[in-house]
Design a binder for this molecule. Structure first.
Ligand code: AHR
Ligand code: AHR
Length: 480
């Protein structure tokens, strides 16, 4: 059985079921998600294998030598409640016409029972939505939902959500949403410790219990894979959570609606959001693997069976890098491969990261500017950070999508901005080096300056022409 078979047996059927990693009904054989590739704009649907796990090999073959975005996350419930690129609302997204970004298809690799699959890695600016969903709860009607998330990928911005929201993409008032939130925002509610927390986004508030502020019963989460559940019915709601890779769910809150006006009765509208707030607030980040919404208030027993099913799916981490290997502790120089520029290397001039022509007869200072010590990724040790040879303690990081050399300030943002994952070079040479935190974006030289660029996008440096060459660099032993 799949999670939605279990919800059906419990009398609270799935009305939306989304996953890029596996089928959520045992009998589901339709498409899980659609990817679009950068080389020619072609799309393909990725379906489950007979095991129920997504056919990641089909994605890898389709996307070989180019980039891919997740364009559609199909609804497996049969209601057609698919998630697509979120439109502008109270806030606009960073893409053209105010749409949000789409997620990279390779930002969140995992295995399920040893088989490779990909989750949805939501960077700030990324969001999916369906403003015309059918069968989802409206008004004060009962519903439940769960999501499996990466407990180590979050931030404090509004709002990494999955669940029920406004059909207008605008804030229409208290109680007009009922969604799972995950992150360490302290603007509204908080739980114990420093977060991240599972909370409920009920509009104009993230709630950790009946008190609109702190509720100590809602714990900080430290699992790599998290099951997060929220459910609500007239004057009753609950937050539950646990380790998606083992054990059972705990109840973090169950009781009356918040003690502030507008949330009892609720005014749910029935749209579905992923990675954003109800008004298309899009500063948050997180990773989504699977989730559903139900009709009716699921029993704890039903949710406990769903948790057992999730644990049995055996989510585990998969490598974030591929292609020619870099060795932590070694020092490298990184040569451009675009025909214009094959004698140029990634260098810094002060805090600017650029390319310059460097050779064995260059001055020592320039050789040092072209030399980088490979470190374990500051935000994720499955990837890398690049420390300057001549300015120890300073690392290549992105800022406003440019690459700069800055001293490590110890912050989560710095660590994430300075973490990069290598893969085989998109043009077949060396490595392409993608941002861990924005996996659609790669080290790219453009007019001899370094950026993190996506393959098509709103910035001039996102140009598709020469993209594969501009993002491919050959690593060699460092000049200095
Ligand atoms: O409730 C928190 C957030 O407040 C909602 O997600 C958003 O619509 C509003 O800005
Ligand atoms: O480079 C994109 C973002 O810009 C970085 O994450 C942040 O440091 C800056 O605001």
């Amino acid at each position: 059985a799949g999670p939605c078979d279990i919800y059906s047996s419990g009398g609270t059927p799935c009305v939306a079921a989304h996953s890029t990693t596996r089928a959520l009904f045992s009998a589901y054989t339709g498409p899980l998600y659609q990817v679009k590739r950068g080389s020619d704009g072609a799309t393909t649907a990725i379906s489950p294998l007979s095991s129920g796990v997504a056919n990641a090999a089909a994605q890898d073959a389709f996307c070989a030598g180019t980039t891919c975005l997740i364009t559609i996350i199909y609804d497996q419930s049969g209601r057609g409640n698919h998630l697509t690129q979120a439109p502008p609302g109270g806030f606009s997204g960073p893409e053209s016409n105010g749409y949000d970004n789409l997620a990279s298809a390779i930002g969140a690799p995992v295995t399920l029972n040893g088989q490779k699959a990909y989750g949805v890695f939501v960077s700030p600016g990324t969001g999916y939505r369906n403003n015309a969903a059918s069968g989802t709860a409206k008004g004060d009607a009962a519903e439940g939902m769960y999501a499996v998330l990466d407990g180590t990928h979050y931030n404090g911005a509004c709002c990494f959500d999955y669940g029920n929201a406004e059909t207008s993409s605008r804030d229409t008032g208290n109680g007009h949403m009922e969604a799972i939130y995950f992150g360490d925002s302290t603007v509204w509610g908080t739980g114990s410790g420093n977060g991240p927390w599972i909370m409920a986004d009920l509009e104009n508030g993230l709630f950790s219990g009946s008190n609109p502020g702190n509720n100590a019963g809602d714990p900080s989460i430290s699992y790599r894979f998290v099951t997060a559940a929220v459910k609500g019915e007239p004057n009753q709601w609950a937050i539950r959570g646990g380790n998606a890779a083992s054990g059972s769910l705990s109840t973090f809150y169950s009781g009356a609606r918040p003690r502030v006006s507008g949330y009892n009765p609720m005014s749910k509208e029935g749209a579905i959001i992923l990675g954003i707030g109800g008004d298309n607030s899009n500063g948050a980040q997180g990773t989504f693997y699977e989730g559903v919404m139900t009709s009716g208030y699921p029993s704890d027993a039903t949710e406990n069976s769903v948790q057992a099913n999730i644990v049995a799916a055996k989510y585990a981490v998969a490598p974030l890098t591929s292609g020619p290997a870099l060795t932590v502790g070694s020092s490298v120089s990184l040569r451009a491969t675009t025909a214009c520029c094959t004698t140029r290397y990634i260098t810094h001039s002060g805090s600017t990261v650029n390319t310059q022509v460097v050779s064995s007869s260059s001055a020592t200072a320039l050789k040092q500017q072209a030399s980088w010590t490979v470190r374990a990724g500051l935000a994720n040790n499955a990837c890398f950070s690049f420390e300057s040879r001549d300015t120890s303690g300073s690392y290549i990081r992105h800022s406003n999508f440019g690459l700069v050399l800055n001293a490590n300030d110890g912050s989560q943002l710095f660590a994430e901005d300075a973490t990069f994952c290598t893969q085989a070079g998109l043009n077949g040479q060396g490595n392409s080096i993608r941002s861990w935190s924005y996996p659609t974006r790669y080290f790219r030289h453009y007019n001899n300056t370094l950026y993190i660029a996506s393959n098509g996008g709103v910035h001039t440096f996102d140009a598709t022409a020469a993209f594969n060459d501009d993002v491919s660099f050959v690593a060699s032993a460092a000049f200095a």
